[in-house]
Design a protein around this ligand. Structure first.
Ligand code: AP5
Length: 220
């Protein structure tokens, strides 16, 4: 099953991708997580990405395409993948199509998360992320058992620099201008589905499972 999760910042793509990728046994490939890891390790990619990510701007397309191309060639991605946060520009979407063609593969479903702007702002301002592995919490909707500590590995929770109000405003603007046009791109290709992203975590997961089932992808 080859899937893309598309939607604005804070829509719940990452949260649901963790659940769906476990259930369908496909790797969750989150370009934002890959960039944050590179930044934390201080690699060449991290040094380049930092200024873009912290300001809420997009990292250049050719850098992202190279990163995803390498990741999709890894052994665990051969039976399927769940892309989260990629593609997010038209050149990235076209580059992904060309890459999958070369690999004799195709996208089966692109799921768009519909969530109103006021909900996105509430979700982003209350998000806490674990330092060790990026596990995601929300102070109201999904709080950790011990405040400030990850339930799964006990590491410290922090707020992402790009969740500051000025960076969030920029990310939403960039999303509208550069990523929202992908809805029409994928609609025209017949792979587009939409999920109502408002509701409890379990409820949204149930809706996604129904959509993936209907899309004829089945469980691997
Ligand atoms: P990235 O990490 O991809 O950020 P994003 O797309 O802006 O998405 P988010 O991680 O903010 O939101 P999400 O939809 O995953 O929501 P989440 O599940 O966490 O990218 C970061 C940056 O990296 C970009 O700005 C850019 O600079 C760069 N980058 C990445 N990919 C790139 C690319 N392809 N090209 C160029 N640059 C790129 O949920 C949010 C909160 O809500 C959490 O607290 C969660 O607990 C809570 N929540 C989730 N679901 C629910 C629910 N149903 N009910 C209540 N609360 C919920």
């Amino acid at each position: 099953m080859n899937v893309v999760f598309l939607g604005p910042p804070g829509a719940g793509k990452g949260t649901q991708a963790v659940r769906i990728s476990t259930c369908y046994r496909i790797p969750h490939i989150a370009t934002g997580d890959m960039l944050r890891e590179a930044i934390a390790r201080g690699t060449e990619l991290g040094l380049l990405a930092r200024s873009y990510v912290d300001r809420g701007e997009l990292v250049p397309d050719e850098v992202m395409l190279r990163l995803v191309e390498g990741r999709l060639q890894e052994p665990d991605a051969q039976e399927g993948f769940l892309l989260d946060g990629f593609p997010r520009t038209l050149p990235q979407a076209e580059g992904l199509d060309a890459l999958l063609d070369r690999m004799h593969r195709r996208l089966e479903v692109v799921v768009f998360f519909r969530v109103p702007p006021e909900t996105l702002l509430r979700r982003l301002s209350g998000r806490w992320v674990c330092r060790a592995a990026g596990h995601v919490y929300h102070e109201a909707h999904h709080p950790p058992r011990v405040p400030g500590r990850c339930d799964l590995d006990g590491s410290e929770l922090y707020q992402r620099p790009d969740d500051r109000p000025e960076a969030v405003a920029r990310r939403l603007e960039v999303y509208e201008r550069q990523t929202a046009p992908l809805v029409e791109y994928y609609r025209a290709r017949g792979v587009f589905r939409e999920v109502d992203g408002v509701g409890g975590l379990e409820e949204v997961t149930r809706r996604l499972c129904a959509i993936l089932g209907e899309a004829g992808t089945g469980r691997t």
